[in-house]
Design a protein around this ligand. Structure first.
Ligand SMILES: *Cc1c(COP(=O)(O)O)cnc(C)c1O
Length: 242
């Protein structure tokens, strides 16, 4: 996919996303809470990130280490950078100093590697949970989550778990994946208390272009938005027109 829309159009679409998020927060009684909008940059060639800069996007997430490096050479100072793609252990070293949050941590060995590669001040991570238990998806099962938290705790503050991330199955009706988001929140709520001496597990990274409103209703603190900012047929408004 190449990006043909302008910075102004992206700005307008981001405003629609923001409005829809605010409404979803109200509907779910979370109007005091904040949700961060992360823009997925995998659709953009490095120079096309200027459109996102013009649009006023602040937080971006990249999927591939090589692309992250290339894009940061051009726009490193302009955005807050997260990593959202599958992270191979051998890439941990180049990624960890470049981002403020890795959303996609899914193995004990990766956590150990991040512990070795993290700067003195440590690094923040989310644990990716394969809630829907899809074979094609990365992420650990609910049963494996605590073992990863224990591994992170053993890094002596180098790796700080901040919460959880999930990718819901792609469906036509986002209501079909509401239970996935609700499940991740339940997992977070259960572990948050027992782990509070070690980690502040408050973050829930869930929701993409097709399902972010439902994800916010179910407790998302970060949504990851890609396609709807650049598709040529315009922003996805709510079907009821609200
Ligand atoms: C591409 C991507 C997104 C954005 O998905 P869209 O459906 O394009 O909004 C979110 N999260 C991850 C991990 C991605 O790779």
């Amino acid at each position: 996919m190449s990006v043909r829309v302008t910075g102004t159009e992206i700005r307008e679409r981001l405003a629609v996303v923001r409005e829809n998020i605010d409404r979803a927060l109200e509907r779910s009684g979370r109007s005091e809470e904040e949700v961060r909008v992360l823009v997925a940059t995998k659709y953009y060639a490095p120079e096309q990130l200027s459109a996102l800069a013009e649009a006023g996007a602040g937080l971006v997430g990249e999927n591939r280490a090589e692309d992250l490096i290339e894009k940061q050479e051009l726009f490193g100072d302009r955005f807050d950078w997260h990593f959202i793609g599958h992270l191979q252990r051998r890439k941990a070293k180049v990624v960890v100093p470049r981002v403020t949050l890795v959303h996609s941590v899914d193995s004990m060995r990766l956590i150990e590697e991040l512990g070795k590669r993290a700067p003195e001040a440590g690094t923040d991570i989310l644990i990716q949970v394969n809630v829907a238990d899809e074979e094609s998806k990365y992420g650990v099962s609910e049963e494996e989550v605590e073992a990863l938290l224990e591994t992170a705790a053993e890094t002596g503050g180098r790796v700080r778990a901040r919460g959880f991330m999930t990718l819901a199955p792609l469906v036509d009706d986002p209501e079909e994946v509401r239970h996935v988001f609700a499940k991740l929140r339940t997992i977070r709520d259960r572990l948050r208390k027992s782990w509070s001496p070690h980690f502040d597990l408050s973050e829930l990274s869930m929701g993409m272009s097709g399902d972010y409103e439902v994800a916010v209703e179910e407790g998302a603190t970060v949504v990851r938005i890609g396609r709807m900012l650049i598709e040529e047929d315009g922003p996805v408004r709510r079907q009821d027109g609200s």
